[in-house]
Each structure stands twice: as C-alpha cells, then as structure tokens.
Design a protein around this ligand. Structure first.
Ligand code: ZN
Ligand code: ZN
Length: 413
C-alpha cells in the first residue's frame, strides 16, 4: 500500500483521459434497456464487448449470465472489481429522456451505473497498464437482486477458473447529496437467511384427533415460541428480525393433515447472532415436535440468502484515506450499518479481504428541495434505491470510475 496522496495522484492521472460523454451514453443505453436477474444478456454482452476491446481476456456465461474479464500485467496481486448488472420489476416513473423502454422493468437500484463504472475503470486501467503491475479481474455479476448471482458464479468455478483474488472491491450507488463516498469499516450490511421447516404429523379424521398427531397445533406452538427468540435470547442492542412469513397446512376442515410447513426469514448483523438464533430456532422446532409426539424429526433447511457484508476494517480505512485524498477530506463519511443485504461478499473466498463502499448520487436540486434541515432527515425524503423515481445524477459517472481505479491502484501500483 502506497501513500494515499500518491495513489490519488496516480488515479487522477490514469483517469484524466476519461471520455465522460461516452460513458454517460453507455449508462443511458443500459438504463433504457434494463434486464431482470439472470436475464442480463444484452447488458453482459455490452460489458464483454467493451472489456474485449480494451484488451481483457473475457469469459461470458459464468454463473449463467456473468462476465469475467482478466488483464494480467506482470507480477503482483490479483485485484477483483465487481459490479452487479440486474434490474428490478419496477415500472419507472422518473420521466427521464432515457427512461426504461421495457414495460415494468427498471434499473431502480442503479446497477446500470455499476456496470458503467466497471467499464470506465477497466478501460482506464488497461490504457495505463504501464503504470501498474499485477492482475486485474473485472467481474460483472448477475442476479444480485434475486440473491443468487454471486453464488451461481462461485458454483460455476469463478474462484478456480480465474486468478484467485487477493482483494475484492465493490461499490453501490446510494441516495445522499451527490459528491460523497461513504465508507464503513467492519460490518456494513446485514445477513438474510430463509429457513424452511416441515412439522411431520400423523394425519387422520378431524373427529378422531386421538388417532393422529396434529401438525397444525405443533406448528402453531412453534410459531408462538419463536416469538421468544428475539425478545428473550438476543441482547437488546443486537438488531435481529425473525419473521414467519408462511404457514401452510391442511386441505379441509375435517381432515387433520400429515404435515405442516413454515417459512421463516431471519435478518442478523453478525455471524455469532446468526448462529445463535438459527440454533435457537432449530432447538424450538425440535423441542415442540418432540413435545407433540411427532412421528419423525422435523425437516429443517436453512437457505442462505446473503451473508453479512463485513469490510476488512484496515483495508476500508486505507481505501477511505485514498478516496479522501482524491475528493477532499469531507467527502468520506460513515453511514453506519444497514439492515439491507448484498451477496457481494460471496465473491471473496474465505479469508480474502474485501471492501464495499457507497457513492451518493442525489442531484443537488432534488436534495435541496427535500424537506428537512439535517442530512439524516433529507435522506429518507429523496428517491432511494428501488424507488420508481430513483434517478442518479449523471455527474457521478466519472467519480465512480475514480473510486474504483484508485482502490485498484492502491494494490497494483
Ligand atoms: Zn437493489
Ligand atoms: Zn443494488
């Protein structure tokens, strides 16, 4: 790691030739043509074409619609830059000249901007390859919104088929007055998991419950007792959400069904809390089934959604210092931890440090017009990610390239 000021200076030089108008055109084109999770064919093809033209060795179809571009230039670390590519089933209401042309689909999370940043960074770093040494891997990830995109790339061998990362960088556009680059060392986003539970019973006639084991009653006890997990087993200052979103059993009033099914969603902010809550849920499910005399052990399947995103704190502080040197001392703020989730961290193999930060994008006029005095008040009153009105300011195109380029150069230069 070089001095932040030196890295920032180099990043400025490397990006001085950026063609902002070209990148903005590229962005507007992606915005007009949003594609849902795992259907990012056009987007992936556009990204792949730009990477290929810049000299990257490009592989498409990684994890279904993912793109990986590799540019090796001498000895040195392997740096991964990741951007997600998918849009959302949201009908756009921005009224922009370059609004979505696809009915009911919109880049409402800004992943079109993420792809544009990747292209800008990949091209700038390729053009300046004489200034750095190592291997750059540019990853266009599918299906972040659906949650399975990074996992699909990992299952498709992204860590074996391509140079394994020494560090992984990612960034997300976010509401907030344009011109800041929020960093959070350590935990930044929560984990989300689903749990599928099957309570086995012995079915029979509704008039003769004594000949059955009623899974509806057992499952009802499970639901009730699960309410004690957050209230009685989790510390008051530890944010955990546990919701039973689905309870399914039975077909008729006079038939006691043979099983009941429950679907749970769990949000946690740290691995220990996640493990503890999952263990408590399992214990309660097993205990209630035993108490009810179920004929078999319950089914219990954890479907991991997104792991918590936990930035390597030292790495985050280094990159934050570079961004501060690049954009000014007051541009790097800390938004703190969020209950939202991301699958970005799956792209970093166990033990490999990663850093994920934000780029604020609310146009100054929209920000000033929002009610409230303090940024904390305004931030909830401007269109945010997933809003049909989400419309990042185009002035973030170049700075978002610079954040990525400077992060990469902090390791490669
Ligand atoms: Zn999103
Ligand atoms: Zn997103």
């Amino acid at each position: 790691m070089s001095e932040p000021a030196a890295v920032a200076r180099l990043a400025r030089e490397v990006t001085s030739g950026l063609d902002a108008a070209d990148l903005e055109d590229f962005y507007r084109d992606l915005h007009r043509h949003p594609e849902l999770s795992f259907r990012e064919h056009r987007t992936a093809a556009r990204l792949a074409a730009r990477l290929r033209a810049a000299g990257y060795e490009v592989t498409e179809g990684v994890g279904r619609t993912g793109v990986v571009g590799v540019l090796a230039h001498g000895d040195g670390p392997v740096v991964w830059l990741r951007g997600d590519m998918d849009a959302l089933p949201v009908p756009e209401e921005t009224g922009l000249a370059y609004a979505s042309t696809v009915d009911g689909v919109m880049h409402a999370c800004g992943h079109d901007l993420h792809v544009t940043w990747l292209v800008g960074a990949a091209e700038a770093l390729a053009a300046a390859r004489g200034r750095w040494s190592g291997t750059l891997v540019v990853v266009g990830q599918p299906a972040e919104e659906a949650g399975g995109g990074a996992a699909a790339m990992v299952a498709d061998g992204v860590h074996e088929r391509f140079p394994r990362p020494d560090v992984v960088f990612g960034q997300h556009v976010t509401p907030g007055l344009v011109g800041s680059y929020p960093h959070t060392p350590g935990l930044i986003l929560s984990a989300s998991d689903d749990v599928e539970v099957v309570v086995p019973g012995v079915g029979g006639h509704g008039s003769r419950p004594e000949s059955t084991v009623d899974p509806v009653v057992a499952a009802a006890y499970v639901v009730t007792r699960l309410q004690t997990v957050v209230s009685r087993e989790v510390a008051a200052d530890e944010p955990v959400v546990l919701t039973v979103g689905r309870f399914h059993a039975g077909t008729k009033p006079n038939v006691i069904p043979a099983e009941a099914r429950l679907s749970l969603n769990l949000r946690t902010r740290d691995t220990r809390a996640r493990e503890r809550v999952l263990a408590a849920v399992r214990r309660i499910v097993e205990g209630e089934c035993r108490a009810a005399g179920c004929p078999a052990p319950p089914g219990f399947t954890v479907i991991p959604g997104c792991p918590a995103t936990v930035n390597d704190a030292a790495l985050d502080e280094e990159i934050a210092a570079v961004h501060r040197a690049l954009f000014g001392p007051h541009t790097v703020i800390d938004f703190g931890r969020a209950m939202g989730s991301e699958d970005f961290s799956r792209l970093a193999p166990d033990g490999v440090p990663y850093d994920y930060w934000y780029v604020t994008s609310t146009p100054a006029g929209v920000w000033e017009a929002a009610p409230g005095e303090e940024p904390a008040e305004k931030i909830d009153r401007v269109p945010g990610n997933h809003s049909p009105l989400f419309a990042p300011d185009l002035s973030v195109v170049v700075p978002g390239v610079r954040t990525l380029v400077s992060a990469a150069l902090s390791r490669l230069a």
